[in-house]
Ligand binder design. Structure first.
Ligand SMILES: Nc1nc2c(ncn2[C@@H]2O[C@H](COP(=O)(O)OP(=O)(O)OP(=O)(O)O)[C@@H](O)[C@H]2O)c(=O)[nH]1
Ligand SMILES: [Mg+2]
Ligand SMILES: [Zn+2]
Length: 292
């Protein structure tokens, strides 16, 4: 039989077959020996268990894509969630997440949640990402502002919500789909020193899509790559790529750089470009450490 992994806890996987029936499975020793770790979102073939017993996960079918943070496979779209207020937005993390998805050709949406906390900050974040290639949504999970627009753009897709802990991912999932997932205030979080959401869980939706609520994270390191490749992961640059004096041009400090021209003319938000420079320089250091 074949199905999709909805969740995995302590070596037990919940797999949903097309009809909607769910099975509890363990990974066969063969998979463990091959160091193949099943991921939420994986399509798998399996042997259902005999009455009351768990069955066996036999093979992972080829993945369309795979993420490390959150650890999931076969995603159509990632909603990068950021809060206009608390926690303080980490826009470098947002940029890394967008690049990370771009590199894997996974669609992205940027959700600026908690627009009720600081409307001007929400506007400012939306401005910086207005040409980033991802649709930008301004939402408030409390009042439902912007949630209908977001929902229509997600219809029928397998989508994950990712971002820092406390930005309101679970609150948004509740508001979008009428669920009752656990959410937590900042003080509760500090008391427990943990995420409110502890594990990735894929939830099938009536429209055929699926939503993935994930635990928040604050660190995401891009996989090592030639720093000169990063420029292809910034959609704003595409219009002027190849028009610089130098080739290749990193678009950081080279003279007569067409991209910096766009920044000077206000065609690319300066903050976005500055963060790109930070990411480029970080990658350059890591690349040198590795290859000298
Ligand atoms: N003012 C305001 N508060 C919100 C909004 N969305 C969520 N919150 C609050 O923010 C806190 C964190 O929300 P969660 O939904 O638990 O955040 P999360 O991103 O799922 O956090 P983790 O599961 O730890 O990654 C809760 O106290 C929510 O009530 C919003 O739009 N406006
Ligand atoms: Mg959560
Ligand atoms: Zn350039």
């Amino acid at each position: 039989m074949e199905g999709i992994i909805l969740s995995g806890i302590g070596g037990f996987y919940t797999v949903r077959e097309e009809s909607g029936a769910c099975y509890t499975l363990r990974a066969q020793a063969k998979l463990r020996r091959q160091k193949l770790t099943p991921l939420v979102g994986d399509r798998v073939s399996f042997q259902p268990g005999e009455k009351g017993q768990n069955g066996w996960l036999e093979a992972i079918l080829p993945r369309r894509n795979q993420l490390v943070r959150p650890p999931v496979a076969n995603i159509d779209l990632i909603c990068v969630v950021v809060a206009a207020g608390t926690p303080i937005p980490d826009l470098l993390l947002v940029d890394r997440m967008l690049m990370y998805a771009q590199k894997r050709s996974i669609g992205t949406a940027l959700v600026v949640n908690k627009a009720d906390e600081d409307g001007r900050m929400a506007d400012e974040i939306a401005r910086q990402y207005s040409r980033c290639g991802a649709a930008v949504f301004r939402t408030c999970a409390m009042t439902g502002e912007g949630v209908d627009e977001l929902r229509s753009s997600l219809r029928g897709k397998v989508h994950a919500l990712g971002g820092q802990s406390g930005v309101g991912k679970s609150s948004l999932v509740n508001r979008l789909y009428g669920f009752d997932r656990e959410t937590g205030s900042l003080s509760e979080r500090i008391d427990r020193g943990k995420n409110t959401t502890r594990r990735c869980e894929l939830i099938p939706l009536p429209d055929g899509g699926m939503v993935l609520d994930t635990p928040g994270f604050s660190l995401l390191e891009m996989e090592l790559c030639d720093p000169f490749e990063l420029r292809f992961l910034v959609p704003e640059f595409a219009a002027c790529e190849g028009k610089c004096r130098f080739s290749p041009c990193a678009h950081v400090s080279e003279p007569e750089c067409a991209i910096r021209g766009m920044v000077e003319r206000g065609e690319i938000p300066r903050e976005r470009w500055e963060r790109y420079c930070t990411l480029f320089n970080d990658m350059k250091v890591r690349w040198r450490e590795r290859y000298g």
